[in-house]
Write a protein that binds this ligand. Structure first.
Ligand SMILES: C[S@@+](CC[C@H](N)C(=O)[O-])C[C@H]1O[C@@H](n2cnc3c(N)ncnc32)[C@H](O)[C@@H]1O
Length: 373
């Protein structure tokens, strides 16, 4: 394997040389013998911060590839013990080499992630596979110790956002007709799937930090025990529905198939998680950490700052509302001013630059879009 040295955070890493695995002038990290994608740095930066803030004792990097996460969890996150696992022995060999290069000691496992999860009692399990994490959620929620943290990446956005509704139903057990707020729906479908996976083992989850970036979703959840709390968490599941004619959108406990505004047939997504997707107190600490860290990615600060403002409701799409009303799209500033003048709370959302979140009702939103256009 042709390797080059790169630096990420405090880690020096040997990774496949992109120049050697380029096809027709293009490079995709999955074409190299071992996967390393520098664009996932933001994901890793926020994960390192979570490890540090939550004083992780025994971490499992269940899909380690180059070993970058476990190494950073040890060096920067100060995890007491790190475990590297990959089903591919070539990847594991490189992870071992990288750990040595950085003076990081750990255990090296060459197992299917599901077996690795039950191999010891971990308080942090990182699930960062190619594509969907769905096959690993049942074991992840069952294997982790009480109050442990599961960190899950999903890149199968066509399923989670509803562009591939059959895959969404198959993998996550949710119908998903592809709503305007599809990116947040994706996060809520994934969290909903974790809620149900945990409930099987009489466990429940508390979402800590959830975000959408580039081409993936990342969620961090604490897993706790208790059958009645698991039942209670299932009561936070429900649906989001949206009318394709008038764009009326709301949440409900049961599937609503006719629009309460215009009677049109709705688009649906659910069952999914309707409750909060962030822990605001934790977010404040994450923001402090991003600000104090010498070289965390700029995007991390941007996302965390937006998350701190966002309220708990799927976002509206300004461009779609203007096009449905057949009016020019008003500036965001004017729209926000209009909603604030009537006493409503309104914020940007990290999910989509065309989106906004508000506690205003549909009529108030439509009126402000019309008046300000
Ligand atoms: C997306 S890469 C992981 C990237 C890495 N976490 C990072 O941040 O750079 C997925 C890795 O999972 C490994 N893998 C795939 N299926 C697996 C399984 N069932 N159990 C364990 N490892 C698996 C692959 O060999 C690959 O190295």
């Amino acid at each position: 394997m042709n390797l080059v040295e790169v630096r990420e955070g405090e880690a020096n890493l040997l990774v496949p040389d992109p120049a050697s695995y380029t096809k027709d002038g293009k490079f995709d990290p999955s074409w190299a013998p071992v996967f390393y994608n520098p664009r996932m740095r933001l994901n890793r930066d926020l994960s390192v911060i979570m490890v540090k803030l939550n004083r992780v004792r025994r971490a499992l990097d269940a899909f380690t590839a180059s070993g970058v996460r476990a190494i950073r969890y040890s060096l920067e996150g100060k995890a007491e013990e790190v475990n590297f696992n990959d089903i591919d022995p070539i990847a594991l060999e490189l992870a071992r080499k990288n750990a040595e290069l950085n003076g990081v000691k750990g255990r090296f496992l060459n197992l299917d992630a599901r077996a690795a999860m039950f191999n010891a009692r971990y308080d942090w399990i990182d699930i960062d596979p190619f594509g969907t994490p769905a096959p690993f959620l049942l074991d992840g929620t069952a294997a982790i110790i009480r109050k442990g943290i599961l960190a899950v990446t999903a890149t199968d956005l066509t399923a989670l956002e509803g562009a591939a509704p059959r895959a969404c139903l198959r993998k996550y057990g949710s119908v998903n007709d592809g709503l305007s707020s599809s990116k947040e729906i994706g996060v809520r479908v994934l969290l909903g799937s974790l809620v149900r996976a945990a409930a099987v083992a009489e466990r429940y989850i508390e979402p800590m930090l959830s975000f959408y970036a580039d081409h993936y979703i990342r969620v961090f959840v604490r897993v706790l025990e208790g059958a009645s709390k698991a039942d209670q968490s299932l009561r936070s599941m429900g649906f989001v529905y949206e009318c394709p004619n008038c764009l009326y959108m709301s949440t409900s406990k049961i599937a609503v198939s006719n629009c309460p505004k215009c009677g049109g047939r709705t688009k649906l997504a659910g069952p999914l998680w309707l409750d909060r997707i962030e822990d605001q107190t934790l977010l404040e600490n994450v923001q402090q950490e991003v600000l104090s860290g010498p070289e965390y990615s700029k995007k991390a600060l941007e996302i965390v700052s937006k998350l701190r403002m966002e309220i708990n409701f799927p976002y509206w799409r300004l461009d779609k509302l203007a096009s449905m009303l057949k009016v020019p799209m008003p500036s965001r500033t004017k729209l926000f001013q209009c909603l604030r003048e009537i006493g409503r709370h309104v914020t940007e959302t990290h999910f989509d630059y065309r989106g906004f979140k508000t506690d205003a009702n549909y009529d108030e939103i439509v009126n402000c879009v019309k008046v300000q256009s």
